[in-house]
Design a binder for this molecule. Structure first.
Ligand code: PAF
Length: 270
């Protein structure tokens, strides 16, 4: 891939942890489109252990390499980087980590200590291994996208970071590999996340700008649907600093548990 870039071919990378769904495939099709027929659309599939906490779902994270490779091919991907063992990426003795500042510290960063350090470090390594000019990430992981943008800016990386819209199920649930964990009842209750965001957008449109009130209504709606709220915050979309009043573009981010499954979702307020 280094040869591809050095040989003048454009390279686009879609980093994933596999168990691919329509959200990933939309990134891959866009990668294909951006590099054109002569370029190289690359996907990586690597369940990165360094971004999981000790009590998290690393061991049961869903995997389907064979199915994923077929999906990548159908989406127009030319090459897949799929390390078989974690040590191929994080060799014994690995001791260099990327710590992004405040943008990585609230929200999921506060609830999942070390998560964004693992994400930023593996993404940096994937950039080094594949040398893309363009890398595509889904907006469902809004904070992750801002963390990666900050890393790229601060370390002067020569990569254009593209965020792609959240892909949803017909009923509104954001596509996520972790949806596979949900029982039928949890799957039904998980709709509360997207519904709550839509209600907050409605309230904001109707003139409610007080962020604490918007967040409070959202927490109550999630709880009454049987979701255990991890956080609901309204933030400035790039710095992710909390806002007191929702302005156009402010982002509401939610994280909630359905049973033991933690889901996240977000939306811009109008
Ligand atoms: O979004 C993900 O699937 C992962 O966090 C990423 C970006 C592939 C890094 O492991």
């Amino acid at each position: 891939m280094i040869a591809a870039r050095d040989g003048g071919r454009r390279v686009a990378l879609v980093p994933t942890m596999g168990y691919l769904h329509e959200g990933h495939l939309s990134l891959m099709r866009e990668a294909r489109r951006r590099v054109g027929p002569e370029g190289l659309a690359v996907a990586s599939i690597f369940v990165n252990p360094t971004q999981f906490g000790p009590q998290e779902d690393l061991a049961r994270y869903p995997r389907d390499l064979e199915g994923d490779l077929a999906k990548c091919a159908a989406a127009g991907v030319d090459a897949v980087l799929a390390p078989e063992r974690p040590e191929q990426v994080f060799a014994p003795g690995h001791q260099t980590w990327i710590e992004v500042g405040p943008v990585a510290q609230g929200l999921c960063g506060a609830r999942r200590p070390g998560h964004f350090r693992g994400v930023a470090t593996v993404v940096m390594k994937l950039f080094q291994l594949t040398r893309p000019q363009v890398a595509l990430f889904g907006e469902k992981d809004w904070q992750q996208l801002q963390v990666i943008r900050a890393m790229v800016r601060d370390l002067d990386l020569d990569v254009e970071v593209v965020g792609m819209p959240i892909v949803r199920e017909p009923d509104g649930l954001a596509r996520s590999s972790r949806n596979a964990y949900l029982s039928p009842d949890e799957r039904r209750r998980a709709l509360a996340l997207s519904r709550t965001l839509a209600e907050a957008q409605e309230r904001a449109r109707a003139g409610q700008r007080d962020a604490a009130r918007l967040a409070e209504s959202a927490r109550a709606a999630l709880a009454s649907a049987g979701a255990r709220v991890d956080y609901v915050e309204i933030v400035e979309p790039e710095s992710l600093q909390p806002v007191a009043r929702a302005a156009p573009g402010s982002r509401m981010l939610v994280a909630a548990y359905l049973g033991t499954t933690r889901l996240i979702d977000n939306a811009a307020l109008p």
